[in-house]
Design a protein around this ligand. Sequence first.
Ligand code: P53
Length: 488
Amino acid sequence: MTTTKGFPKNFLWGGATAANQYEGGYLSGGKGLSTLDAITGGAYKVPRKVTFKRQDGSIGEVTREESLPDGAVGYIDENRYYPSHAATDFYHHYKEDIALFAEMGFKCFRLSFAWSRISPKGTDEINEEGLQFYESVIDELLKYSIEPIITINHFDIPMYLADQYDGWSSRKVIDYYVFLCEVIFKRFKNKVKYWMTFNEINFLRSWAQIGIRSSEPQSKFQALHHIFVASAKAVQLGHSINPKFKIGMMVAYIPAYPMSCRPEDVYEAVKRNRQQEFVMDVQCRGYYPNYQLKEFERQGFEIVKEGDDDAIIAAGTVDYIGFSYYMSTVASSDPNAERSEGNQVLAYKNPYLNTSEWGWAIDPLGLRISLSQLYDRYHLPLFVVENGFGAVDKVEDGEIHDDYRISYFKAHIEEMRNAITEDGVDLIGYTPWGCIDVVSSGTGEMKKRYGFIYVDMDDKGNGSLKRLRKDSFYWYKKVIESNGENLE
Ligand code: P53
């Protein structure tokens, strides 16, 4: 056991983004359409919509959780606003933005690749210009000694694969994903070390995310099985291309506390936590845990496996666990307990915690609890690849006084330090979400901001896109400079 006090010497301080929320340039440089390009904005409690074209040519829309009609294909209606199309325009601002990250002292930067930029249809046709764009971004990061952290797939799929193959319900998509991995692993073999195969793999369920039309749970678990196989194949392939690659999984970790010490409440929490533990068990241990197999049995789901799927999953376990941590939640056996409004999943309100304007419970100690639980369970290096506070920021004379964000980060960083120093957790890095303002994934809003850097744009996409340093920018710079010692 090491006697680390505080953060380890090479701790990866940085920030995180995703292509569909940040990059824009949705048709520039040969990029093909992605499912996310057909999803409109929303608001708090107003779901985002997917627009589609029926076989008879008429246009329709469904909410993200609903299924698309048979034969319908994703469609972009010129009269609506789609936040992914321009997003906050990293595509044209990457040099300026990376210079700002470097000014804060970032050691790493997490971004995702848009699959349809590298391969417009998601098939084996490659768009060199798209690869070149990512190469320029990576070179720009390396110029400042910022380590690129790549999420290979963050919440979208090329529209062509959704339309032609019903997305991840088809095994063909496994091959296309692995082909994409081969292309990028070879291309960036000596420039990128850290990869993540899929963002928040436990949240993948909608047409926009995985391209499947059906909303039946059985189809979703079948698609998830294909995603597990694809991820495991990618891990093996990556290691064969460069044994030094660190290839991780990524889970949305929202620990559920029991509402009370009543055993029924505790058991509800056990069941709820299994929904996220299951995906980690598969990817870290290399097999489906018994409780999940029993759950499939109870629900009457049959997961179709082919040939050596089990062996592939067993051989393709990950090198580290990347996870997002924003909040904790509560499980209760009493259906009449007070609901929490913010989480996208049914849960109950924690009377001991305050929430953000979007109802997400603020729980710094929950991060230490999560780090301990995850490390004890898997003994793998951990990487907090998302954390942050979505809030409305006010610009006053070109300044943004986001003390609420600073106090959120301060409390969470203190708990990470405790987890390292007091609990001996192996934590390799921290990339706060939306380190520069990006479009919200949940609502498509711009006003739900997370950044240290403000971007002048509103919920309709209007604005100069000018970048401004918030108070938290200067604060985070000091945190990084002092390797997490100075949090004032
Ligand atoms: P937004 C829900 C709960 C926890 C994490 O979310 C989530 C979501 C999805 O909304 O997703 C991650 O933008 C995701 C990012 C996303 C970020 O959390 O809804 O990986 O793409 O932007 C924050 O506030």
